[in-house]
Write a protein of this length. Structure first.
Length: 121
């Protein structure tokens, strides 16, 4: 009878071991994701700092106004046809050569054809 009871305990022990290993893996993954998130937040903060410093240099040295920056940002934002406050790269097919270019550009990178700008600009 004790053999049956001990055999049952072995199965339970293996299940506990597997669950313990799964928890360890989950903790390691969580820790790794937390480090990656911290690194990404640091990168965003650094890019924000550099962007602000660059803007202040441009504004001081060549006398570009905040309104001009806002207008250019809106123009770039609308290149994908959606005013959403971010750059979304949308592939555009050139009407002249048929090759695909990125919506960040107003002309084909291959043949130089100007793309039609949205009517909102």
């Amino acid at each position: 009878m004790a053999g049956i009871w001990l055999a049952g305990m072995q199965g339970t022990g293996q299940g506990d071991l597997i669950r313990s290993q799964e928890l360890t893996v989950a903790r390691e993954q969580s820790s790794m994701m937390a480090r990656e998130l911290k690194d990404l937040n640091h990168q965003i903060a650094r890019l924000s700092l550099l962007n602000q410093a660059l803007w202040e240099l441009i504004r001081e040295r060549i006398k570009v106004t905040d309104a001009e920056l806002e207008q250019k940002a809106r123009e770039v934002d609308l290149r994908d046809g959606v005013e959403d406050g971010c750059v979304t790269n949308t592939p555009l097919q050139c009407p002249r050569c048929g090759r695909v270019s990125n919506s960040k550009h107003w002309k084909c990178l291959y043949c130089g054809q100007d793309f039609e700008k949205p009517a909102m600009l």
